[in-house]
Design a protein around this ligand. Structure first.
Ligand code: AMP
Length: 178
């Protein structure tokens, strides 16, 4: 008998590492690096995160740092380009800057002013959606340069933190609600 293919939820349960009290007490950190390190795992999460957006984007925005892994693989697989939305001070040319709050602190994201042409259709990818602060900030940066955010793809969506509600108006696709 041919075995049933493993569901994406079973794959994520098997490979994700949950780290209690990291990086601060009370935070349950979802470490997806073992999923990235698994050849079948990386391919599955990238393919399944982008599936609902097929044909709808010109470029993929990755959020530093784990979003870069997803976005680069997805851009390569779909023959699109990738842009990097980075933490403050990392990009060498003139940037737009946006401040935001996240589950365990505050942060600043930046985007090169000329990395995306106005009207470009952009898909945002990251590993985990928690409060939605990071993705919301990325979306504001992309709007500043006149891009159109067609959607948001994440592997894990943390329940009860209001991320999806905060991003109302954006199509959000997650592979597992935890
Ligand atoms: P947020 O802005 O609150 O939606 O937080 C999402 C960003 O912070 C993503 O880039 C995640 O990588 C990271 N993050 C926030 N909370 C967690 C968590 N519990 N486990 C893993 N990553 C997290």
């Amino acid at each position: 008998m041919i075995p049933e293919p493993e569901s994406i939820s079973d794959l994520l349960d098997r490979l994700s590492a949950i780290v209690p009290d990291y990086p601060a007490e009370g935070i349950s950190f979802k470490d997806l690096t073992p999923v990235f390190a698994d050849p079948a795992g990386l391919r599955r999460i990238v393919d399944e995160v982008i599936a609902p957006f097929a044909g709808q984007f010109d470029v993929i925005a990755g959020l530093e740092a784990r979003g870069f892994v997803m976005a680069a693989a997805a851009a390569y697989a779909t023959g699109t380009g990738m842009i990097t939305i980075r933490k403050a001070g990392k990009l060498p040319r003139p940037v737009h800057r946006d401040e935001y709050t996240l589950e365990y602190g505050t942060g600043t994201l930046e985007l090169h002013r000329d990395d995306v042409a106005p009207g470009t259709r952009v898909l945002i990818l990251d590993d985990v959606l928690a409060t939605g602060g990071t993705v919301g900030s990325a979306a504001r940066l992309l709007e500043k340069v006149g891009a159109k955010v067609v959607g948001v793809g994440v592997v894990l969506e943390l329940a009860g933190l209001g991320g999806r509600e905060k991003l109302a108006g954006l199509k959000v696709h997650s592979l597992q609600l935890v």
